[in-house]
Design a protein around this ligand. Structure first.
Ligand code: UFG
Length: 327
């Protein structure tokens, strides 16, 4: 079985990617420093604890497994935090990725799948975002991811490192079989926080900003199911292995939901009230981020199957009630 090195394989999206890789006949090798990930989530292949800032450790792991490709998920990924501690984002995300990319090239592994973000686009008034739109990130998280995209292009030019870059919209839901799920400590994301509020694990959800220029005043996001998202990664990997062409793809559904709409949808899925209050805007939040591209469908044959708001909330709710990690 061919090995694929999965950085961040102990995290939310990385662990779902490991399951999808395993199902597709690859062996996922998780490389993770467990700063936000969980060893319990590493279920589908070997685990190598390590930090991307440690080049020697990376070289060791490349030599041990000789992966045919890298899937790079490991990153700090909170928009709000990135505004308060930008240095950590530049060091971990950009510095760590530089180490990883250099180690990969040195080991002769030239297929690279990278998780980028729609946060690289920044504010664009009422436009649906496609891959050709100019990137003007408004938070350090988005800036750090854009820098890594540039790095990949430079390394392709110099060393032939082929890459698929995925710009995620808002990832939600969980494995319907409940083997892995979303579990952040502390939690900052809308849907899990809302579920916490519904079942009393926290007092209430706070809506961050009700004065945005949207119909109901709250931010609009494009939510995509984590299982659909990782399916796209397997398709992207196969494209790299078969055709060797690099590419950049949005991963979103093209449907925008406001924070209030997500709250009202979760009432109908869970049959429970969402206790919430209204607070000020969170620095770094864009008004609206919705994908306007079907390139992943056209070029990769991607077809999202679970990315309806009801299913995403239902899968997250199932995991929320039964699943967690302890170490
Ligand atoms: N929100 C609240 N209250 C909360 C948490 C979030 O109102 O307690 C709002 C946010 O202001 C935002 C929306 O819910 O409008 C979604 O917020 P999340 O924190 O769930 O997600 P973000 O949009 O901030 O960020 C996520 C990922 C990023 C990615 C981004 C792209 O964490 O990695 O989606 O939009 F870049």
């Amino acid at each position: 079985m061919d090995n694929v090195l999965v950085t961040g394989g102990a995290g939310y999206i990385g662990s779902h990617a490991c399951k999808a890789l395993r199902t597709a006949g690859f062996q996922p090798v998780t490389f993770d420093n467990l700063c936000t990930g969980w060893e319990d989530a590493v279920k589908f292949g070997p685990f190598e604890k390590g930090d991307l800032l440690n080049r020697e450790r990376l070289d060791e792991v490349f030599a041990k497994y000789e992966p045919i490709a890298v899937m790079h998920f490991a990153a700090l990924s909170q928009v709000g935090e990135s505004m308060q501690e930008p240095g950590r984002y530049w060091l971990n995300n950009v510095g760590g990725s530089l180490n990883l990319i250099e180690a990969s090239v040195a080991a002769g592994c030239k297929n690279f799948v990278f998780s980028s973000t729609c946060a690289t686009y920044g504010e664009h008034d009422n436009v649906l975002l496609d891959e050709t739109i100019e990137q003007h990130p408004i938070n350090a998280y988005g800036s750090s991811k854009r820098a890594i995209e540039d790095m990949l292009k430079d390394f392709e030019g110099a060393y032939g490192l082929r890459h698929v870059i995925f710009r995620y919209f808002n990832v939600a839901g969980g494995d319907p079989e409940g083997e892995v799920g979303e579990f952040h400590r502390p939690e900052t994301h809308l849907i899990p926080l809302m579920l916490d509020a519904i079942d009393g694990k926290r007092d209430a959800l706070t809506i961050f900003g009700t004065d945005y220029d949207t119909e109901d005043g709250t931010c609009i996001r494009d939510y995509v199911h984590v299982c659909d998202l990782v399916d796209a990664h397997v398709l992207g990997l196969k494209r790299l292995l078969d055709s060797h062409d690099s590419g950049i793809y949005n991963l979103g559904t093209g449907s925008g939901f406001s924070v209030r709409e997500v709250i009202s949808q979760s009432r109908s899925v869970t049959n429970r009230e969402v206790p919430y209050n209204e607070g000020p805007r969170r620095p770094g939040d864009c008004t609206k981020l919705v994908s306007g591209s079907t390139l992943a469908e056209k070029e990769l044959g991607w077809s999202p199957k679970r990315s309806t708001m009801d299913l995403m909330i239902a899968d997250a709710w199932k995991w929320h009630q039964n699943g967690n990690y302890t170490k």
